[in-house]
Design a protein around this ligand. Structure first.
Ligand SMILES: [Fe+2]
Length: 322
């Protein structure tokens, strides 16, 4: 558990980055995995991704940065150097930052054309690296049974918790299925009991792969999971915005959704994974929001990030488009 502090009379600003997916094409494990022109396109990490992050941090000036998964592509990071570069970039801002694990971060073995190749160093190595080499990173790997990166943060004002942020692993990199495990559900219950023991504390959840309710929300209010609500970040009368250009890749777990809902404290859930989706739709009292992808690897359309402002009991979400 970590703590962040909010100044009284000043909003607390969060920058959500997602799916940066940096790769080092020269560390490809399968020799013919990329074409020559692709190698050229992806080899300059500043141009592909880091300059965009620098620009967004400068524009938003956040108090905390949360990256909702697929920071790097484990498949192309056998030596761990891409992850180290990523950590160096994030530390350079001197702003508290956190991340959850996406399905690509922890790739250690990759199948390619009837063969299997050993590749990235995996989530455990990444967790150990940030533990030992960072000053600003708030990340806890948590109990191994639950995967990696299950932890939470209290946001305090005048020493009182006014908001909480729960980070959760949705898995997917290590042949283990997606969505929360039973052990994570037990952990979540402990966390919520702890947070809400003196009444509900406003909460956000951050994880990589969307839950099935992202499909239900888009279908219920916009007729289909592929939908255009607004394209320039403006909000409609429900406060919804953005669009879904690809089908939602989801985990389905009704008990997870019912539990989160029953707690009554979670105001919004922020995910990534589907690169060309950036919708935000309120569903059954919880705002389901895709972060805007940053970085050009691999498929993408709009690039940017998501700014979340907390002020007293209210929050406000904006797309920051590059
Ligand atoms: Fe992903």
């Amino acid at each position: 558990m970590f703590t962040l502090k909010k100044d009284k009379n000043k909003p607390f600003i969060i920058l959500q980055l997602t799916d940066l997916q940096i790769i080092d094409p020269h560390q490809r494990c399968a020799p013919d995995r990329l074409r020559e022109d692709e190698i050229k396109t992806w080899e300059d990490v500043d141009e592909c991704a880091f300059n965009q992050v620098r620009k967004l941090v400068d524009m938003v000036k956040p108090d905390w940065i949360i990256h909702t998964g697929d920071q790097v592509y484990g498949e192309f990071d056998k030596k761990g150097t891409s992850f180290k570069k990523y950590v160096k970039l994030m530390e350079s801002f001197k702003i508290p930052w956190s991340f959850v694990n996406g399905n690509h971060d922890g790739e250690i073995i990759i199948p390619w054309k009837d063969k299997t190749y050993k590749c990235g160093k995996g989530c455990k190595w990444q967790a150990d690296y940030v533990k030992n080499h960072t000053k600003y990173c708030l990340y806890e790997s948590g109990d191994r049974k639950m995967g990696f990166g299950n932890y939470y943060i209290r946001l305090k004002e005048d020493n009182k918790t006014i908001w909480s942020f729960i980070m959760m692993d949705t898995h997917g990199a290590r042949e283990e299925g997606i969505g929360p495990y039973q052990s994570q559900m037990k952990w979540l219950k402990r966390v919520f009991n702890n947070l809400n023991k003196n009444g509900p504390i406003n909460n956000f959840m951050f994880y990589h792969i969307p839950n099935y309710e992202f499909v239900l929300a888009a279908t219920k209010y916009y007729g289909d999971q592929l939908c255009t609500i607004t394209t320039d970040g403006t909000k409609n009368e429900r406060g919804d915005f953005g669009e879904n250009k690809e089908r939602v890749c989801f985990f389905k777990d009704e008990s997870f959704w019912n539990y989160i809902k029953s707690q009554g404290s979670t105001k919004a859930i922020f995910v990534g994974h589907d690169h060309v989706n950036d919708s935000s739709i309120e569903y059954e009292g919880i705002r389901l929001t895709y972060g805007v992808k940053v970085g050009i690897y691999d498929y993408h359309c709009q690039q940017g990030a998501t700014k979340i402002t907390i002020n007293d009991d209210c929050y406000y979400i904006e797309q920051i488009l590059l």
